[in-house]
Design a protein around this ligand. Structure first.
Ligand code: BES
Ligand code: ZN
Length: 884
């Protein structure tokens, strides 16, 4: 057990920096084992403390060569270095120049933070605290400086040399064996946005003309030979640039915008100023190699990182507690971009599914924390679904509360008021208070109170008074460190739906109208009475998922079926169906666990689906979402305690089989009709057809019948695109049939040598719901295509197992947890960030039935007892096991 525990960093302890950095001149001589970094910093006292302050610089894994102050070597007795700091205790109290030479080793940097190598490419990742692994620096986001970067390298090893900003000079040295490039970024930025690249890379170039007529060069750098797979990322970038101009009035601000794809990357992508770095998985795509979902993800990530140029870079975060200020807001912006590009309802449903699957789960377990945490031990562990997805929901609620126009005015004010600054959440919200005249102090609870609020809504119709009474009650469950909560501001978009499907006008008893159909609950309880209601309506509440809450209503199964067919709000049409399916699945889980066989489905779910399939009128992508049952993890979360993942798997599979059997005729019919829509089309219509066709196939194959299996095999073989091929293969992998192995082997033969595609092959095998999977995964870790050193490989095999194979990860013998724990411990020495993320897959352990719960706890304790854990892993394990 680790005994010493460093104190947490606390928001309440924030103090402005004593020293600011005006300019940074970096001179980096690349070398595989000994890269020389010369940093020249112009430091200036911040002049707020009054008392002379020491200069304290962060530094990690650096070998200090020399240090000079205003040109003179600093005598050894005037500074102290420790494992993570350099302190000059009595610096002159005036601006001065500090020149520091350090040597770093990019080849042994397996953490992938700071300067490291991906293959032969030199690359950097500085967010959140990686810059201190390049040079000594006040590595905190409220120190914003202007950077000039000179890179030099052997030409043959690194013909391409890139850094932030605009290229100002380049040339040969050493008779042409070596060369250099100098980049200057005129915008002040925090150190986490620094980036440089050196390597043998090919590039694809395009141009964009901004709204004020500036020409911007766009470049995507990839491994030579992959240029043909950059088209989608480039088109996505141009769409994102145009959208930010029209939707938010934001224009790009440098001469050049670059994206570099690297194969070894801890995250998805990173928004470094003018030089975004990407996991190549989120750049490279062609119809033959990537699925429609991959294409969508690439577009969203390219847009997300581009949007950070304003929300994150031009306006950055004062400290890491404000992370949601850039991440939540930018996720909101990328969601809106996607919604504008295709169906808003389909985007909203997908976003809410993801929110419920990840964020609600996090909020319900030991790792729950507010959108703006009050303290942290390791900031890397706070790039969470709560900060990102719930952070985006909080911005969305501001939009719902203020209405789209006022919201836009508030955003304009934010950009105007805080450009060039390191801002806080308070300053952001103040902009919306100022433009609307609203008091948003209670709204701030969304940033400080963790936990998913529960709202109980009880509606009743009074025919005599022609009124509809709606009682609302809210409660926020306790979370670690927060036992009692205050009432939140909950915007609820509402509709009272007539029998003909239309909405009744919303007139409140006191004569007020609900503003844009939105009711705002601010008290623990409220009663609203709607007047002039001339027929019994069906309540449609939290339309469009206007607030990220758990809603409990007194709607009957009949009401839900009605809403599933008629609600004018497409989100709630889907939600009604989803609610019906969830109720039924939970009932069936109880039935199974009581040892009784599941009775035939009589909740009307089949009828509702049949109606959706046959009536038409809904777009295919939407119907595909209707056909997809709630996931196992989501059912588990709804059940909440004493969870048996095996029973959940059984109930869900049984329901799929039942639906596949009962709806066989319309499913086959749809499948065949949609199969005529060939050839492949990459556009939204084509995406929708494929989604629906593959959702039909999935239910048909769930019956296990040979005609359905044969169709899947045929689709696998005949597919002219990855979406259809993978859809057929993944539905086949759920069935224990001989065709499965043959298809998996065929897939490997077709695509070996293409690591991003082989990742799909790893994932498919990791998610097979059978006991043999565990041993198969162990064998696959020895496969030549696998490597623990590459995060994409580890995620494709091990994370996919822990997160996507609920049944086998939660094996009753605990060996699934064992595999994850062993991987975490082995990985922690190399890449703590990745290890910590994997370990958080165990976060829902307390909700499990007693047997598995004890085994999962035991597994966590094994981690906790291991010697020399990284701060990343020890933080996750400590919070996971904490009792409170
Ligand atoms: N700034 C982050 C990347 C990052 C995350 C750096 C954690 C350091 C630590 C970037 O903007 C981001 O959020 N990337 C996401 C994808 C995005 C579409 C949500 C990612 O990498 O997963
Ligand atoms: Zn981001």
């Amino acid at each position: 057990m680790r005994t010493e525990e460093s104190p947490p960093v606390r928001l309440a302890d924030y103090r402005p920096p004593d020293w600011l950095v005006e300019t940074v001149e970096l001179d980096i001589a690349l070398h595989p084992e000994a890269t020389l970094v010369r940093a020249s910093l112009l430091l200036r006292p911040n002049g707020i403390g009054g008392v002379p302050a020491p200069v304290v610089l962060d530094g990690e894994a650096l070998a200090l060569r020399s240090i000079k102050l205003d040109g003179a070597t600093l005598p050894q007795e005037q500074y102290v270095t420790t494992a993570n700091r350099l302190t000059i205790s009595q610096p002159p109290q005036r601006p001065f120049r500090l020149e520091i030479e350090t040597v770093i080793n990019p080849s042994t940097n397996t953490q992938l933070q700071g300067l490291y190598r991906s293959g032969s490419t030199y690359c950097t990742q500085c967010e959140a605290e990686g810059f201190r692994r390049i040079t000594y620096f006040p590595d905190r986001p409220d120190v914003m400086a202007i950077y000039t970067t000179r890179i030099e390298a052997e030409k043959a090893h690194a013909p391409v040399l890139l850094a932030n900003g605009n290229l100002v000079a380049r040339g040969d040295i050493d008779g042409g064996n070596r060369h250099f490039a100098i980049w200057h970024d005129p915008f002040p930025k925090p150190s986490y946005l620094f980036a440089m690249i050196g390597g043998k890379l090919a590039c694809v170039e395009d141009h964009f003309q901004t709204m004020s007529g500036q020409d911007v060069t766009l470049r995507i750098y990839v491994e030579p030979g992959k240029e043909a797979r950059c088209g989608h990322a480039m088109e996505s970038l141009k769409r994102a640039m145009r959208w930010d101009e029209t939707a938010f009035g934001r224009e790009y601000d440098l001469d050049i915008f670059m994206i570099v794809a690297v194969s070894d990357f801890n995250m998805g992508a990173m928004e470094n100023k003018g030089l975004n770095t990407f996991n190549d998985k989120y750049v490279l795509a062609s119809p033959e190699t990537a699925t429609d979902a991959d294409f969508d993800r690439i577009e969203a990530i390219v847009a997300h990182e581009y949007f950070h140029n304003w929300t994150g870079n031009r306006i950055t975060c004062r400290d890491w507690f404000q992370l949601c200020l850039k991440e939540g807001l930018t996720v909101f912006r990328d969601q809106e971009f996607t919604a504008d590009g295709r169906s808003r309802a389909v985007e909203r449903i997908s976003d809410v599914r993801a929110l419920r699957a990840h964020q609600f789960d996090e909020d319900a377990g030991p790792l729950a924390h507010p959108v703006r945490p009050a303290q942290y031990h390791e900031i890397n562990n706070f790039y969470t679904s709560t900060v990102y997805e719930k952070g985006a929901e909080v911005v969305r609620m501001l939009q719902v509360l203020l209405g789209p126009q006022k919201f836009r005015t508030g955003m304009d004010l934010y950009f105007a008021r805080h450009d060039g600054q390191a801002a806080t959440v308070e300053q952001f919200v103040q902009c919306f208070a100022d433009v609307s005249g609203r008091d948003l102090s209670q709204f701030m609870l969304w940033y400080s109170q963790a936990g998913t609020p529960e709202v109980v809504a009880t509606g009743s119709y009074d025919a005599l008074r022609r009124s509809y009474r709606l009682e609302l009650a809210q409660r926020v469950p306790p979370t670690p460190g927060q036992t009692s909560k205050q009432a939140m501001v909950i915007p609820l978009a509402v509709g009272l739906v007539r029998r003909d499907g239309g909405d009744l006008p919303l007139k409140l008893g006191d004569g007020r109208a609900a503003d844009r159909g939105v009711l705002t609950l601010t008290e623990p309880h409220a009663t609203l009475v709607f007047a002039d209601v001339d027929q019994a309506p069906v309540l449609s509440l939290n339309r469009g998922f206007s607030a990220p809450i758990k809603l409990i209503t007194n709607l009957s199964a009949d009401d839900l079926r009605f809403l599933a067919r008629c609600d004018g709000d497409l989100f709630n049409r889907w939600q009604a169906f989803h609610g019906l399916a969830t109720r039924l699945l939970i009932d069936n889980v109880s039935t199974l666990r009581a040892g009784t066989a599941i009775a035939g489905e009589d909740s009307g779910l089949t009828d509702a689906l049949a109606a959706t399939l046959t009536l038409g009128g809904n777009e295919p992508a939407f119907v595909a979402l209707m056909l997809t049952l709630p996931g196992e993890a989501e059912i588990a979360r709804e059940i909440g305690q004493n969870v048996d993942p095996e029973a959940i798997f059984a109930a869900r599979s049984a329901l799929k089989m039942m639906l596949g059997n009962k709806l066989a005729a319309p499913l086959f019919d749809h499948y065949r009709r949609l199969s005529e829509r060939i050839p492949y089309r990459p556009d939204p219509a084509g995406v929708g057809w494929r989604a629906l066709r593959n959702a039909c196939l999935d239910l048909l194959v769930a019956t296990g019948k040979s005609d359905a299996i044969a169709i899947a095999v045929r689709q696998y073989q005949a597919a002219d695109n990855m979406t259809d091929r993978i859809a057929a293969l993944s539905t086949l992998t759920l069935c224990d049939v001989p065709e499965r192995r043959a298809a998996l082997d065929n897939f490997y033969d077709r695509y070996h040598g293409d690591p991003l595609i082989i990742d799909k092959w790893f994932t498919l095998q990791a998610t097979i719901p059978e006991p043999a999977t565990l041993d198969r995964i162990k064998e696959l870790t020895a496969h030549p295509a696998f490597s623990f050193g590459n995060p994409n490989r580890v995620r494709a095999l091990i994370h996919a197992f822990a997160l996507g194979n609920q049944k086998e990860f939660n094996r009753p013998d605990g060996m699934g947890y064992g595999l994850v724990v062993e991987t975490v411990l082995a990985l922690d020495q190399k890449n703590p960030q990745l290890a910590a993320r994997l370990l958080s897959a165990l976060k829902s352990w307390r909700a499990l039935e007693p047997g598995r719960r004890a085994l999962a706890q035991e597994a966590l304790r094994r981690v906790s007892a291991a010697p020399s854990l990284s701060p990343d892993v020890s933080d996750i394990v400590r919070r996971s096991l904490a009792e409170d």
